[in-house]
Design a protein around this ligand. Structure first.
Ligand code: AMP
Ligand code: MG
Length: 417
């Protein structure tokens, strides 16, 4: 059975008296309260792109594993002194993957090709363009330092070195490095399983018929696609009506097959906001009123031991809350630690006034070195999500932006999109 500690039922409770929580306080709380909930497994390096290391990786051998030549040329023993020097050319050669059985003594030279192991006794390689060959003698104009045009054992990676630490998310470049030093398998965390649920009686599944008073479920496909880009194991439950019994049943099923449940809609305190109502009844509910725009309260709770992130239903708010709050939390639950993107400071191509005391995220994009924002801040404008390439983050104390002023820009790529 799993030794992973269960989430505490009170893991999302806020300090008493808290009302509007600053974004950074909310993030600090998430960081402090959540921990890795997934088990480990072994994985072939070739299949490990995007996986999270559960154990640090040490180099089982050096890179390069032996001295080799970086060029086509002639290997000699020691450095080459200044002035005209001549060497006796040995029979044979060393090529990539084909070592030379003999050795090279002082005054001798061996033909070597790029990537070949240096023959015993040789440390220096002279470029083939820099020699003259006549009657088995090669002539060179020195000097040439010891070790020139050769790569020393372990000059890139030494055996036993810590290559990557636990919690690191593997990239294709990492796979290259690991293979180079002979790693064949790595210990990784099993992918975090996330159930995605959209709540709302007005919602219709993509592609189905919709009456004019009905709307299409934007959140399930959009949020699921984002979660897949984060390499999470996504289980789409589709739409659940605004009906407490139906929602309870869906959460029961979800808690059985997921490590985390992400819902959208029904998270406020209205008559049809059943998610917050039934989470409240469990006593694990925390309705976080975060001083952020867009984003209404974020409902956080624990259902049968499984964490629930109740995002706002509005797709723009759901998108921003997923990136800003759920992403670092999911990363922590998945074993990769609490990760937040580093904003780029770039000049604004817009003017804007803002209320102090809350943080705002504006749909933005970078053009010709300046950041522009979407014409409307209306959170119903789903087209602005598609238009944008990132978010401008205006901090709590900022009250205005004028063109040319540096603003904090978070490209979607910095959120792994
Ligand atoms: P709620 O948070 O349930 O009050 O929803 C806020 C607004 O977002 C309402 O106008 C909903 O119709 C809309 N909404 C909720 N869920 C979705 C969804 N999955 N796709 C599109 N719009 C939604
Ligand atoms: Mg609703």
């Amino acid at each position: 059975m799993s030794k992973i500690p269960k989430l505490r039922n009170d893991c999302f409770t806020l300090p008493l008296g808290a009302f509007w929580n600053p974004v950074d306080d909310a993030l600090s709380l998430l960081k402090a309260r959540l921990s890795c909930v997934v088990e480990k497994e072994s994985c072939f390096v070739q299949d490990s792109d995007g996986r999270i290391l559960a154990k640090s990786v040490l180099a089982p051998r050096s890179h390069p594993p032996c001295p080799n030549t970086a060029v086509d040329g002639y290997a000699v023993s020691g450095a080459i002194s200044a002035g005209a020097q001549s060497y006796q050319l040995l029979d044979g050669r060393a090529a990539a993957g084909e070592a030379f059985a003999g050795s090279v003594s002082a005054g001798e030279a061996l033909r070597v090709l790029t990537g070949a192991a240096l023959p015993a006794g040789a440390q220096t390689v002279v470029l083939q363009e820099d020699v003259l060959i006549q009657d088995g003698i090669i002539e060179v104009n020195g000097p040439l330092e010891l070790g020139s045009n050769a790569r020393a054992t372990g000059e890139d990676i030494t055996v036993g070195a810590v290559l990557l630490k636990a919690g690191h998310k593997l990239t294709p470049q990492d796979l290259g490095m690991l293979v180079a030093v002979g790693v064949s398998k790595v210990e990784v965390f099993k992918p975090l399983r996330v159930v995605v649920i959209s709540t709302g009686t007005e919602l219709r599944a993509p592609g189905s018929e919709a009456q004019t008073e009905q709307i299409y479920d934007v959140n399930s496909p959009m949020l699921s696609a984002i979660l897949r880009r984060w390499n999470l194991h996504v289980i789409e439950f589709g739409i659940v009506q605004d009906d407490p019994e139906a929602l309870r049943k869906a959460l029961d099923r979800a808690a059985e097959c997921a490590d985390v449940i992400i819902t959208s809609g029904g998270a406020s305190a209205g008559d049809e906001d059943h998610l917050s109502a039934i989470l409240n009844a469990t006593g694990t509910m925390a309705l976080w009123r975060i001083a952020v725009k867009p984003g209404r309260p974020l409902a956080l709770g624990v259902w049968n031991g499984t964490a629930i992130f109740g995002l706002p239903g509005n797709p723009v708010a759901a998108f921003v809350c997923l990136l800003i709050f759920a992403r670092p939390a999911l990363s922590q639950l998945a074993g990769a630690g609490f990760t937040r993107p580093e904003p780029l400071m770039l000049p604004a191509a817009f003017d804007k006034k803002k209320k102090p005391g809350r943080r705002e995220y504006l749909r933005a994009r970078l053009r010709s070195g300046r950041v522009d924002i979407f014409a409307s801040e209306g959170s119903g404008r789903i087209s602005g999500l598609s238009w944008s390439d990132g978010l401008v983050e205006l901090t709590e104390d900022e009250t205005s932006v004028i063109q040319g002023q540096l603003v904090r820009y978070l490209p979607y790529s910095s959120f792994g999109l």
